[in-house]
Design a protein around this ligand. Structure first.
Ligand SMILES: [Zn+2]
Length: 259
């Protein structure tokens, strides 16, 4: 879908309950309560790693999924989100995006935000020589852009980045700041890199969320246990009165779309 049409669609959906799929009936679903425009300039958010986070009200959550896309799990995650009209942010790995561009395009077509998570997911970028770390970040940006839009410009269309394993360094944070790319940590996570049953996964993340009350939540759309737990998690959010906030970069990249 051309960028301008996609933006128009996103903005058109900002008015009320925002369907994950155009034309979808979202009555009675969890839904997406609002869209937050986030200025990437100098952005460093997520209280696990930084002193500040997004300006979320009590019971507001931002759902993020790292490390995809993968054909075995990402389509199921997208299906679960679409069923509840929920929009999320995917921090994709460049090599996975290059291997599965159809899934990256599907994420965007279904209204999600696609951010960046390096080319090869080094653990960690901070432990690599600076030049090699920068090269991996830049290769990832280009691979993601090509997968998503067919071409890569000097600046990524969504200047959102998350460090693999949250392994940032002051030098790399400075680099991204100079590049105009915002950095996302998380406020809480599901620890879904540890094997556990979907029920244990659900109990853990809900306990953490009930304790925190709001925040940016980190999942992995590459984990089967996360996929299996997602419908129950979204149902629990709805039942407990949590509201999903969708993040998009600001300013919008075109002046042609009326606001
Ligand atoms: Zn990761």
């Amino acid at each position: 879908m051309p960028r301008i049409v996609r933006l128009a669609l996103v903005l058109a959906m900002c008015g009320g309950i925002a369907p994950a799929l155009a034309g979808q009936d979202c009555a009675g679903r969890l839904g997406t309560s609002r869209v937050m425009e986030v200025d990437p300039a100098g952005l460093q958010v997520g209280t696990k790693h930084f002193p500040q986070t997004l300006d979320l009200a009590d019971k507001e959550v931002v759902l993020t999924f790292d490390d995809g896309p993968l054909p075995a799990t990402t389509p199921g995650v997208l299906k679960a989100l679409a069923r509840e009209c929920v929009r999320a942010t995917f921090f994709v790995i460049g090599r996975n995006a290059a291997a599965h561009p159809d899934l990256v395009r599907r994420e965007i077509a279904e209204g999600h935000t696609v951010g960046h998570h390096s080319m090869t997911h080094p653990m960690t970028l901070a432990d690599m020589p600076y030049d090699k770390a920068v090269a991996d970040i830049e290769k990832g940006l280009k691979a993601d852009e090509r997968a998503a839009y067919g071409e890569a410009g000097a600046q990524p269309r969504v200047p959102f980045f998350r460090f693999p394993g949250f392994g940032s360094s002051p030098e790399l944070l400075d680099y991204l700041k100079r590049r105009g790319i915002g950095v996302f940590g998380a406020d809480l996570w599901a620890s879904d890199w540890n094997p556990m049953t979907p029920q244990e996964q659900l109990d853990l993340v809900m306990a953490r969320l009930d304790h925190a009350g709001r925040g940016i939540i980190l999942f992995h759309d590459t984990r089967g246990q996360t996929l299996k737990m997602l419908p129950a998690f979204l149902a629990a959010l709805k039942e407990k009165g949590y509201r999903v906030v969708h993040i998009v970069p600001s300013p919008a990249r075109t002046a042609a779309v009326p606001r």
